[in-house]
Design a protein around this ligand. Structure first.
Ligand SMILES: [Fe+2]
Length: 286
């Protein structure tokens, strides 16, 4: 059942998370009241979908800036359209042909954007420029529910634990992508965050892990790795997941503080997939 206000309409995508927002014009400057309604929906539904529309890069960046400070990604080879806040992932060459090279295999594992920084990602805002006929979906799982469904012994076991998140671990060592440059590595050293964080705006507890989490502070490395792998798997419940099959020119917005996401594979040799992304910086998890 769609929740309709005088400012927008929100149609839930599943019983637990995700809503399609309509009645909002992203191509125009957005008034404060409308943005407030969008933001309230963002906090409530965790993932927002906007129907296919033309959204020039400047408008995407302007929309992202309403959420907060937009991250300039350390991996500057992905910067797009003259906006350092935009990050493009594409498997097409200059003539528009698929190259066969997947631009970031790290996105195929469940993760939360920017967890490898002290100040982590708040909203991620992705516009789908080109989408494959099959595959290349984006899946989301609810990390409030992931925490709430842990049994009391699990909750007691992980209370107070902190995980070290490391982009160099997840990207380079785990997925075999191009290594970070020395300067990129020095700019983004590993950081530790609580495994259970409290969402700063809703006040609800959520699990906070994902693929960038490497080990647990104060625990033998292998034991911490095993714990992280087990919790990352336990976090995903089919009935608390939204699987998005993209149409070109859709926009998705999600809250990295309380969902994990992943992309699904596609045939990068025969099909194109191009997205442009902004990630808004949030806060230091607590
Ligand atoms: Fe991501």
């Amino acid at each position: 059942m769609a929740a309709v206000t005088d400012l927008l309409s929100a149609r839930p995508l599943t019983r637990h998370l995700g809503a399609e927002i309509s009645g909002v014009d992203l191509s125009a400057e957005m008034g404060d009241r409308v943005f407030r309604a969008v933001y309230e929906a963002f906090l409530r539904y965790q993932v927002l979908l906007f129907a296919p529309q033309d959204l020039p890069p400047a408008r995407q960046v302007a929309f992202a800036r309403r959420f907060g400070e937009v991250q300039v990604h350390v991996m500057n080879q992905y910067h797009a359209d003259g906006y350092p806040e935009l990050y493009r992932l594409s498997n097409l060459d200059a003539s528009g042909k698929p190259t066969g090279h997947h631009p970031d295999k790290g996105t195929l594992a469940w993760h939360t954007d920017g967890s490898w920084q002290r100040v982590t990602g708040q909203a991620t805002i992705i516009y789908g420029e080109v989408m494959p006929q099959s595959g290349g979906e984006t899946h989301f799982c609810d990390m409030y529910g992931a925490y709430e469904r842990l049994d009391p012994s699990w909750k007691a076991r992980i209370a107070g634990l902190r995980a070290v998140h490391n982009l160099d671990f997840s990207r380079t060592r785990r997925h075999g992508e191009d290594p970070l440059t020395e300067a990129q590595r020095l700019a983004k050293p590993p950081v530790d965050h609580p495994i259970v964080r409290t969402h700063p705006e809703t006040g609800r507890k959520c699990l906070y892990l994902g693929d960038h989490a490497e080990y647990i502070l104060g625990m033998p490395y292998d034991e911490g790795r095993a714990l992280i792998e087990e919790l990352n798997a336990l976090a995903v419940h089919p009935d608390l997941t939204y699987e998005h099959r993209w149409q070109p020119r859709e926009l998705l917005v999600w809250d990295n503080r309380c969902v994990m996401h992943r992309a699904t594979p596609y045939d990068a040799a025969t099909q194109g997939r191009v997205i442009r992304r902004c990630t808004v910086l949030g806060e230091i998890p607590a």
